[in-house]
Design a protein around this ligand. Structure first.
Ligand SMILES: Nc1ncnc2c1ncn2[C@@H]1O[C@H](COP(=O)(O)OP(=O)(O)OP(=O)(O)O)[C@@H](O)[C@H]1O
Ligand SMILES: [Mg+2]
Length: 252
């Protein structure tokens, strides 16, 4: 039986002074599922992603990826299986767009021509014309363009697991809606196991198979999008009422 590609078992992460950034977190992400981690700023979302790809190790509990505790994985091998879009994008400033996107395929030993073809395919997918963008440096891009290059880089070597930390946060609403649609289409086709971080409840409802709401480093609830809209937990209701407030203001 498939027990989930990512499993968090009672995971906590405490600082040296005893302060918990994440407390007693348990959840499972099944193959092909998109689990959205939704929560306010500072609730522990980025910390949770870092615990999954072992940039951090739990101070209590265990995270399992593909049937093995992260602490039992070779960290490099683990991270090659996980595409990661970090919140601040994290492109290498001394590499061009093309070199950034092709980074992991090159490390995996792909032939240069195959890397080139793959990079062009991904830039086109992200709406960045390769003839215009491939040779640019990260500082020559807008914030939203950098973010799209970051997503292309995470997808490049076709990893089975993706961790996306507010990947569309810096985009204008029109481009954002386009990429959200593209993400849904791709996800139906590719069936990656995804943890997607956002604080945008609309994005969570649109993209999540399930939504895990975190507050103060704790898991409040995990709901399907339909359940989320009817759920009774006060923190869930706070997010839903933010959505309703926006709907009520505008009458079409
Ligand atoms: N190295 C650190 N030392 C001390 N506190 C930290 C450290 N890293 C994170 N924190 C704190 O831990 C909490 C959780 O941080 P985290 O980055 O996981 O939040 P987040 O949910 O991703 O927030 P945002 O939506 O703003 O990105 C925050 O209060 C943050 O200030
Ligand atoms: Mg964050």
């Amino acid at each position: 039986m498939d027990n989930g590609v990512i499993q968090c078992h009672r995971v906590s992460y405490r600082l040296g002074d005893g302060r918990a950034l994440v407390s007693d977190l348990s959840f499972t992400v099944g193959r092909g599922e998109t689990l959205v981690l939704l929560g306010r700023s500072g609730s522990g979302k980025t910390t949770t992603l870092k615990l999954i790809n072992r940039l951090l190790e739990p101070t209590a509990g265990e995270v399992w990826v593909e049937g093995r505790a992260t602490t039992a994985w070779d960290p490099i091998r683990l991270r090659r299986r996980i595409g990661y879009v970090i919140q601040e994008v994290g492109l290498m400033p001394h590499l061009t767009v093309e070199e950034n996107v092709g980074l992991v395929p090159r490390l995996e030993g792909w032939k240069p021509e195959r890397v080139r073809t793959r990079v062009r395919e991904l830039l086109n997918l992200m709406g960045l014309d390769p003839s215009e963008f491939a040779r640019r440096w990260p500082h020559q891009l807008s914030g939203g363009q950098r973010q799209r290059v970051g997503v292309a880089r995470a997808l490049a070597a076709d990893p089975p697991v993706l961790l996306l930390d507010e990947p569309f946060g810096a985009l204008d609403p029109v481009t954002r809606a386009e990429l959200q649609r593209e993400f849904r289409r791709l996800q139906e086709q590719l069936q990656k196991t995804v943890v997607f971080v956002t604080h945008d409840v609309r994005e969570a409802l649109l993209l999540g198979t399930r939504i895990a709401l975190v507050a103060d480093g704790r898991l409040v609830a995990v709901h399907s999008p339909a359940e989320f809209l009817r759920a009774q937990e006060p923190e869930v209701a706070a997010f839903v009422s933010a959505l309703r407030g926006w709907q009520e203001k505008i009458t079409f």
